[in-house]
Design a protein around this ligand. Structure first.
Ligand SMILES: *[C@@H]1O[C@H](CO)[C@@H](O)[C@H](O)[C@H]1NC(C)=O
Length: 436
C-alpha cells in the first residue's frame, strides 16, 4: 500500500494520540474545569502551609554561547527542569477517560519562580508566558524554562592560554524564604545530554550545590561549570610567533657590523614584541590579581629585547674602537680563556707566527703608504713595529687582541647567553602555565 506524506503525518499523529490516552476533548475540558475551580495560583501548593515546598532542579546546557575574559561575561543556552508537587492537581484517571497528564499555561498555575542571581546584564525572572507546565494525575508538575543565560564569571587568567575557568551560575527562588521554597539538586552535575561541543572550550566537569542563606533567607542553587581553554589558537598565533621573534632578535649578533643594519634590526624586533604585547593585553582582563603569566613572559621578552639593543649599541662602540687604545689586560685574558688560546697555542703557534707576520707586513706596507696622510696610521705603524721588535718569538701570552676580536667575542657570548635565556624563559613559562 502506498502512503502519501499526508498519510504519514496522519499515522504519526494517530500514534501520538494513542500514546497520550483515550480521553476525549470534553473529558479534558471537564478536567480543566475541575482543576481550576477555586485554584489560586498565588498560594504555595502544599497542604500544610507551615512546611517548605521542595523544588527539584536539573540544569541542561545546550551550548556555550560566549565567554568574554575582558568583561567577565559567560553566557550559555540552557534549559532548567523544575519538578515539584502540587497537591491540588490530582485526579482519578478513570473519571476522565484515562487522561493521566495535561499541560497548562505558565500563567495559570503556581510556579516556583527563579531568578538568575549572578546576572551580567539586568536580572530577569526565568519564565515567559509561552511556557507550559506539565501536570500528572498524581500532582507532579514539571516546567522547563529554556533561555539564553547571561551570567558573570570571575575569570582567572593566570595560566592563559592553558587556563581552566570555573564559572558559577546561581539561581534563587524569587521572594520565597527557604522555609517556604527549598531548591534541591536532582542530579549532582549539570546535564550534558543535549550539549553541543564548543570550538574554544572543553567542558572538564561540573558541580551543583545548594546554598541555604541562613534561616529565613532565600534558597539558592549554584551550578558550577569547569571549562578548559582549547589553547591551539593562542599557541599558534601568539606563543610560537613570540618564540620565533625572540630567537630572531638574537640573530642580530650574527649580522655583520659593517652592514650598519644592527640597530634597525633589533629595534624592529623590539617593536614587534611590543605589538604582541598589545594584542595579548587586548585578549585579557586588566586584572592585577593575579597577573597573567603570559604578561610576565612578554615583559621578560621586552626586557631581553631592550638588553639586546643595549648590548648591540655598546658592542658596536667596541667594534669601531680605535686599536691605538690598548685592550685592557683583563679583557685580553678573558678573550684568551674563551678562545682557548693557551690550549691551542702550541698547535697554532706556527700559524699565529705566519699570521702576525703577514699582518704586520701588510700594516707596515699600509703604514708606509698612508704615512703622509695622518698621524693615526703612523702611530699604529710604530706600535706594530715595536711589538714586532719586542715579540720576535711570539708567545701565546703576548699575542695581541684587537677591539674587533673583543667585539666578536662579545657577539658570541651574547648570542649564547640570550639564546639560553630566551629558550629558558619560554620553557619555564610553558611548564608553569601548564602545571596549573
Ligand atoms: C503542619 O506542620 C507543622 C510542622 O511540622 C506541624 O506542627 C503542624 O501540626 C502541621 N499542621 C497540620 C494541620 O498538619
Amino acid at each position: 500500500m502506498k502512503c502519501s506524506s499526508v498519510c504519514v503525518v496522519g499515522i504519526f499523529l494517530a500514534a501520538q494520540f494513542r500514546l497520550l490516552s483515550g480521553a476525549t476533548i470534553s473529558e479534558a475540558e471537564s478536567l480543566h474545569v475541575k482543576l481550576f475551580l477555586n485554584y489560586n495560583k498565588n498560594i504555595r501548593p502544599i497542604y500544610n502551609q507551615s512546611l517548605a515546598m521542595y523544588v527539584g532542579i536539573v540544569l541542561y546546557i545546550k551550548s556555550i554561547q560566549e565567554f568574554d575574559e575582558v568583561t567577565e561575561k559567560f553566557s550559555f543556552v540552557a534549559a532548567l527542569q523544575l519538578h515539584w508537587h502540587d497537591y491540588r492537581m490530582m485526579w482519578d484517571t478513570s473519571d476522565y477517560g484515562g487522561l493521566d497528564q495535561i499541560t497548562v499555561s505558565y500563567d495559570d498555575v503556581w510556579i516556583p519562580e527563579l531568578t538568575l542571581s549572578s546576572p551580567s546584564a539586568k536580572a530577569a525572572a526565568l519564565g515567559k508566558s509561552s511556557d507550559i507546565v506539565r501536570l500528572t494525575n498524581e500532582g507532579y508538575a514539571q516546567w522547563m524554562p529554556a533561555n539564553l543565560i547571561e551570567s558573570t564569571c570571575s575569570v582567572d587568567v593566570r595560566n592563559y592560554p592553558f587556563d581552566t575557568q570555573s564559572c558559577t551560575t546561581s539561581f534563587s527562588s524569587l521572594g520565597y524564604k527557604n522555609n517556604e521554597v527549598n531548591l534541591v539538586a536532582l542530579i549532582p552535575t549539570i546535564g550534558f545530554n543535549v550539549f553541543s561541543p564548543n570550538a574554544m572550550w572543553d567542558v572538564v566537569g561540573s558541580e551543583v550545590k545548594t546554598l541555604l542563606l541562613g534561616s529565613g533567607g532565600e534558597s539558592e542553587i549554584l551550578f558550577t561549570l569547569n571549562i578548559k581553554r582549547k589553547s591551539a589558537f593562542v599557541v599558534i598565533n601568539v606563543l610560537i610567533p613570540i618564540l620565533v621573534l625572540g630567537l630572531l632578535n638574537i640573530l642580530v649578533f650574527v649580522l655583520v657590523p659593517e652592514s650598519g643594519e644592527r640597530i634597525g634590526f633589533c629595534i624592529t624586533t623590539l617593536l614587534a614584541i611590543a605589538v604582541y604585547m598589545t594584542i595579548v593585553n587586548d585578549m585579557l582582563p586588566r586584572t592585577s590579581e593575579p597577573v597573567p603569566l603570559i604578561s610576565y613572559k612578554l615583559m621578560i621578552d621586552m626586557v631581553l629585547s631592550a638588553l639586546i639593543v643595549l648590548v648591540t649599541i655598546l658592542n658596536l662602540r667596541l667594534y669601531h674602537k680605535d686599536d691605538t687604545s690598548p685592550v685592557p689586560n683583563w679583557i685580553k685574558s678573558v678573550y684568551r680563556l674563551l678562545s682557548c688560546a693557551p690550549c691551542r697555542s702550541r698547535k697554532v703557534s706556527k700559524d699565529e707566527v705566519t699570521y702576525f707576520k703577514s699582518r704586520i707586513l701588510s700594516i707596515s706596507n699600509g703604514g708606509v703608504r698612508t704615512n703622509a696622510k695622518g698621524k693615526e696610521r703612523t702611530t699604529e705603524f710604530v706600535g706594530d713595529q715595536k711589538s714586532k721588535q719586542s715579540d720576535a718569538p711570539i708567545n701565546a701570552e703576548e699575542f695581541p687582541v684587537t677591539w674587533k676580536q673583543v667585539s666578536y667575542m662579545v657577539d658570541w657570548l651574547a648570542l649564547a647567553l640570550f639564546t639560553m635565556t630566551s629558550l629558558t624563559s619560554f620553557l619555564v613559562f610553558i611548564a608553569i602555565a601548564k602545571s596549573g
